[in-house]
Design a protein around this ligand. Structure first.
Ligand SMILES: Cc1cc2nc3c(=O)[nH]c(=O)nc-3n(C[C@H](O)[C@H](O)[C@H](O)COP(=O)(O)OP(=O)(O)OC[C@H]3O[C@@H](n4cnc5c(N)ncnc54)[C@H](O)[C@@H]3O)c2cc1C
Length: 407
């Protein structure tokens, strides 16, 4: 049974909810409760590619990303729980002049921060990723500190480390409502009873906006479908390859269990209103968009010809949430006192999860951690995007141009 009282209740056991739980407990906050309607990491989290690209020219985002990369680098040593972090590096590829500048800008940032990033020859590319075929004028930036994690292992490790620090985790326990009086939270209603609490963290992934809507407050983040596929093992793929990212055609490719995991942006973006699904809908049953997969495979095969004859052994898809400025949401909201939101990671919620957890703790403790967390404020949109159609169109467009925007 759930406890009758908690200091903080977290709704959702994906990457964001479990990171929040870990960060709260790691600060010594007692009586934290985490609830998920299913098992831990059963939403969008297990379907992610888990890339950890941290080097960006956006100075605020860079500081947040630095927190994340350092957190991942130390997590297993600190806690004893593995997150399967493969720091194989990444190759950022620019095929045209309009994207070459983005590579140069990253080299400058790396110099300023004391990190490594260098343009490499095509011979070196062939050594690192023998399956990759590039036009002779393509520019390739190697970022050695990048890599990927296994996303499910991240949420599972956070949950285990949080439980070891005293967090009470209840799976198969849906939150059915919040008790709000005079604009302040007093607790949550669950399938197993009421929990009195002054703080609630809404980390319900794709369901967060629907949940907010039922309580008559506005959450301006939208679930947008993202898909990737995995091939059967390919001769020569060792698992040591860096992640490969193309700016122009917005494709990413990384090794996965002897084969390749391929994903991309811009292919038929589609947002969802969770009210259109049945109450017991699960992310695992999200319908496939076969044309998306065809277009993605076709585009990636141009640079990875081995994909033409490869067999798809797994389709991965989920509903990451997106805010209309493409930035994260992790803060209190002025709409309901005691409520915090952890959402909108622009298809980067695994990598962003450490700093989201950190932002949640800082908000509850009302302290300044020195990180630029103002840009994560849930109330920053004010009355903008109050039309659902406008909000969804903006988020779909951001999603469709994700790599081009950040390059
Ligand atoms: C194909 C694909 C590739 C991706 N690649 C990357 C990548 O390379 N790098 C990266 O960082 N990110 C990537 N992402 C994005 C990443 O998966 C998401 O940003 C992240 O998983 C979001 O985590 P979350 O905790 O917000 O949501 P979720 O994992 O969906 O968790 C939400 C949880 O809330 C629970 N819940 C909902 N409602 C309730 C309720 N009423 N009561 C109790 N529990 C509730 C759900 O059961 C669920 O477990 C990718 C996503 C996809 C689909």
């Amino acid at each position: 049974m759930v406890p009758s009282k908690a200091s903080v209740v977290i709704v959702g056991g994906g990457a964001l909810g479990t990171s929040s739980a870990f960060h709260l407990a790691d600060e010594g906050i007692e009586d934290v409760v985490l609830l998920d309607k299913g098992p831990i990491a059963q939403g969008t989290t297990p379907f992610a590619a888990g890339q950890t690209g941290y080097l960006t020219v956006d100075q605020d985002l860079l500081k947040l990303n630095q927190y994340c990369i350092e957190f991942f680098e130390r997590f297993e040593e600190r806690t004893g729980y593995p997150i399967c972090f493969h720091q194989n590096g990444s190759l950022r590829i620019a095929l045209t002049d309009s994207f070459r500048g983005g590579l140069e800008d990253r080299i400058k940032v790396a110099k300023e921060t004391g990190d490594e990033a260098e343009l490499i020859s095509h011979e070196r590319v062939m050594e690192l990723v023998p399956e990759l075929r590039l036009p002779s004028d393509a520019s390739v930036l190697l970022i050695p500190r990048d890599g990927f994690v296994e996303p499910k292992s991240v949420a599972v490790a956070y949950a285990a480390a949080a439980a070891a620090r005293g967090v009470s985790i209840h799976t198969g326990c849906a939150v059915t409502g919040l008790e709000i009086t005079d604009g302040r939270i007093h607790g949550v209603r669950t399938a197993e009873g009421f929990i009195e609490s002054q703080w609630v963290v809404l980390a319900a992934g794709a369901w967060a906006r629907q949940f907010a809507g039922r309580l008559n407050f506005e959450l301006k983040t939208v679930p947008v479908r993202h898909q990737a596929f995995v091939t059967s093992p390919i001769t020569g793929v060792t698992g040591q390859e860096p992640v490969v990212r193309f700016a122009e055609n917005q494709i990413y490719i990384r090794p996965y269990e002897g084969g390749l995991l391929v994903g991309g942006y811009g292919y038929r973006p589609l947002s969802f209103d969770m009210n259109q699904f049945a109450k017991d809908f699960e992310i695992a049953s999200l319908e496939s968009d076969p044309i998306y997969y065809q277009q993605l495979k076709h585009a990636a095969s141009e640079y990875f010809p081995v994909l033409k004859t490869s067999v798809t052994v797994q389709e991965r898809r989920g509903l990451p949430t997106i805010a209309p400025d493409g930035r994260f949401v992790a803060s209190k909201t002025s709409q309901v006192e005691g409520l915090l939101i952890a959402s909108a990671c622009m298809v980067g919620g695994i990598f962003a999860s450490p700093v989201i957890g950190r932002a949640i703790v800082d908000a509850i403790l009302d302290r300044d951690s020195g990180l630029p967390l103002e840009s994560l404020n849930a109330d920053r949109f004010g009355s903008n995007y109050s039309s659902d159609a406008d909000l969804r169109a903006t988020c779909e467009s951001l999603y469709a141009n994700h790599y081009r925007r950040e390059s």
